[in-house]
Ligand binder design. Structure first.
Ligand code: 3EB
Length: 339
């Protein structure tokens, strides 16, 4: 038997996974292997040989147009059914995009997407889903094929069923974002690794997987945040976070108060991660970027005012037009910490 200790995930240091946040794609300051290039709004072709993903949401304002995720090991690209992904033995970033029109069976579509994701992960060493981003049209519209449920609930149902049908037993759910787009695709992209992350819940918020829902199969299976070490660094992926305390929406019709409450939720989550897991994340200084999803474009100015008051003025941020899963939510944020 091999006694190569580098095969031991518990003791070996994981490789680095670093992110560069750019205002301009032309300025990429690394020669290292790229895992993925994420961009927002319209971007010129970068010519980089990596998985390149455009988020299908309109950019409303930003000093953040692109992110490059890179490592120090050779990256390969591959396909599995409808998934395109880039990977090393320890990390993978994948994308699935399925056409999605009004008359479609959206439950079947979500189920198919997540079954393919779990099958794809199973075919690689990277079996642990860390972070997902999910976008689809008409998120709060009633699903004509499913009586009282709206598309978000149908999505939750399909995702849960796919986990179940794929034999996924873990209770460490990925951090996630789910936002309604104005496009005609279900778009999901995701980060996975060979070792699991550590889930962190928010003491101010009911865990989403414990929300009091009428149908057990519509529980939203995500963690509020996920800690993961890469090389010498710690990442903290914060899920889409809204003005929800307990399980109730606060500050209905007040976008500024909703944004302040959302930021309070993120800061509480960071403090709780530090208390529980001996991390020393600084809620301001270690914030690599924030994304702000906005329901109504006319709220941008007010949103910028709140952000100016709450964030350091150098923190990269992207403001994106998108719909939240509850009609009474006007804004939602997600954050990425690196220390
Ligand atoms: C919330 O806190 C807002 O279903 O995966 C945020 C992030 C939300 C992820 C998901 C839902 C999800 O419930 C909505």
């Amino acid at each position: 038997m091999s006694n190569n200790s580098s095969n031991n995930a518990a003791t070996a240091l994981s490789p680095p996974l670093d992110i560069i946040v750019c205002e301009d794609a032309a300025t990429l300051p690394t020669q290292q292997p790229l895992l993925t290039h994420l961009y927002f709004g319209n971007s010129s072709d970068t010519g980089h040989d990596c998985l390149s993903i455009q988020t299908e949401l309109e950019l409303l304002g930003s000093n953040l147009f692109a992110q490059y995720w890179f490592t120090d090991q050779q990256v390969a690209q591959a396909k599995y059914k409808n998934i395109r992904y880039a990977h090393t033995p320890q990390m993978m970033f994948g994308l699935i995009q399925l056409a999605c029109t009004a008359g479609d069976d959206f439950h079947a579509l979500t189920h198919k997407a997540y079954c393919e994701i779990y099958e794809c992960l199973r075919s690689t060493p990277c079996k642990h889903l860390l972070r997902t981003w999910n976008f689809f049209p008409q998120i709060t519209k009633n699903d004509t094929q499913r009586g009282q449920q709206n598309r978000y609930e149908v999505f939750c149902h399909g995702r849960l069923q796919a986990m179940h049908d794929s034999g996924i037993k873990t209770k460490v759910y990925p951090a996630a974002t789910v936002i309604g787009n104005h496009d005609s695709n279900l778009q999901i992209y995701f980060l996975a690794s060979d070792t699991p992350g550590t889930a962190v819940e928010n003491p101010r918020q009911t865990s989403a997987y414990h929300y009091p829902v009428e149908d057990d199969h519509t529980q939203p299976l995500f963690s509020r945040g996920l800690l993961k070490s890469w090389g010498q660094r710690t990442h903290f992926y914060v899920s889409g976070t809204a003005s929800i305390v307990g399980h109730e929406t606060l500050h209905i019709d007040d976008v500024c108060a909703q944004l302040n409450e959302s930021i309070n939720n993120v800061e509480t989550l960071v403090a709780h991660a530090n208390d529980m897991h001996h991390t020393q994340l600084n809620a301001q200084d270690d914030l690599l970027y924030m994304k702000v999803y906005i329901r109504n474009r006319e709220d941008v100015e007010q949103i910028n005012q709140v952000l100016a008051a709450r964030l350091s003025n150098t923190t990269p941020r992207a403001l994106l037009l998108g719909d939240m899963c509850r009609e009474n939510l006007l804004v939602e944020i997600e954050a990425f910490y690196q220390a």
